[in-house]
Design a protein around this ligand. Structure first.
Ligand code: ADP
Ligand code: MG
Length: 388
């Protein structure tokens, strides 16, 4: 189905489920992080882009204070009273869309005085592949409610509302990157985000003009058991910052690494070195894109993968193989993306070599006896917007 078809289908499904027309259909994209991994919670830099996989929310206000949500993803219809909604009542998939209503309340919206709403969700973002289907559903609902409740909240603030919903209503300790990419993304561009000031800039990627595409290699290795590893990495970063006497690793430069090595154990030092050099690589990627274009960023992507594999130790054998096979088949740079311990790798690939990369990675996985990966391309796309 084309995106226009999915939007129209979401409106039709809303009508058959709720017995009236929706007020409108809003959509928000998933995202890929081009570079800058595990830097967001260290108040550093990230460079994600919105992708051409989206989630649609057909939404209509009600005359009472009830909120009801349905999704093509699930058979259950979930209903709550807005004036009493709290994180403790929210569970399962509905915590994402209903958590947005709660988080808007935390942001000063008087939920008891608002119209309730019905919402129906449809999506073509793969769930759990590291492309942030979670931010896509949050941001689609956030812009829909912002418009229908006439709140006029700016997008950086809506990103924080989405993060609050994910942290407190869902209970996932994630940073601000995903919602920022989904809300602020622009066609052919990445979002360069400073996670300390929350200032962002749009950076032209120029992939189309250079004849390049981003190939996603979803290893199908689930990262759902990775919570412990993620928390342990966060703890190491905090320990490293404390040893160096700084508020966060954002305040540490490459020149400080020699001193860091002297005063902490080797493992903590390598965790620190990843974050510090990764921040430098994000800045280098932005500079290189602006000065030389995307063909020149391959080495930086490769270096990022090595740092995640050896220093931060969040890669797995499947991700390492995906990166090596893609590079051998002609990708100009490749790295694992997302939180790690599974999920997907990205390969910046000349259009003429996409089939070669796909075939070589598939063969390499078969030879190693790994589950077949899912391989597809994504295009940097526009952020959240009203569709119908
Ligand atoms: P990711 O963001 O990497 O795709 P997460 O575990 O963060 O993975 O979020 C996936 C969860 O988000 C799903 O398990 C589901 O609860 C919720 N979700 C995502 N998309 C939808 C959808 N279209 N409808 C309902 N729930 C969804
Ligand atoms: Mg997510």
């Amino acid at each position: 189905m084309t995106h226009d078809d999915i939007a129209a289908q979401a409106a039709a499904d809303f009508r058959s489920q709720f017995g009236r027309a929706a007020d409108g259909v809003w959509s928000a994209p998933g995202r890929v992080n081009l570079i800058g991994e595990h830097t967001d919670y260290n108040e550093g830099f990230v460079l994600p882009f919105a992708i051409d996989r989206r989630t649609w929310a057909a939404v209509g206000l009600r005359d009472d204070n009830t909120a009801r949500v349905t999704s093509t993803f699930s058979d259950d219809e979930v209903e709550i009273g807005l004036s009493t909604v709290g994180p403790e009542q929210l569970e399962g998939w509905s915590a994402y869309p209903l958590g947005i209503a709660w988080a808007l309340g935390q942001n000063g919206v008087e939920l008891a005085e608002q119209h309730g709403f019905d919402a129906h969700i449809a999506s073509d973002v793969p769930v759990g592949a590291g492309l942030s289907s979670s931010a896509a559903i949050e941001c689609a609902v956030a812009i829909a409610l912002d418009e229908r409740w006439q709140l006029g909240i700016d997008r950086p603030t809506l990103a924080r509302v989405g993060q609050l919903a994910e942290n407190e209503a869902v209970g996932a300790p994630t940073g601000i990157m995903d919602q920022s990419a989904s809300l602020l993304g622009r066609r052919d561009s990445a979002v360069f985000l400073d996670c300390r000031s929350l200032r962002s800039e749009i950076v032209d990627l120029g992939f189309a003009a250079a004849g390049l595409a981003i190939v996603i290699i979803d290893t199908k290795v689930s990262h759902s058991h990775a919570t412990g590893g993620y928390a342990a990495r966060r703890a190491s970063c905090e320990a490293g910052a404390a040893a160096l006497g700084v508020e966060s690793l954002r305040d540490v430069g490459v020149a400080d690494l020699d001193r860091a090595r002297e005063i902490m154990d080797d493992e903590t030092f390598r965790r620190v070195r990843h974050v510090v050099t990764e921040n430098a690589r994000v800045l280098a990627t932005v500079r290189t894109l602006r000065e030389s274009g995307p063909l020149a960023i391959g080495e930086i992507l490769d270096a990022s993968h090595v740092s995640m594999r050896d220093d931060f130790e969040i890669s797995v054998a499947e991700l390492d193989l995906a990166v090596v096979a893609a590079r051998e088949a002609g990708a100009i740079g490749a790295r694992m993306t997302g939180g790690g311990f599974g999920g997907a790798a990205i390969a910046l690939t000349p259009l003429a070599l996409i089939d070669e990369v796909t075939a070589r990675v598939g063969e390499a996985f078969a030879q190693a006896g790994y589950t077949a990966p899912e391989i597809f391309t994504v295009t940097p796309s526009d952020g959240a917007k009203r569709e119908l």
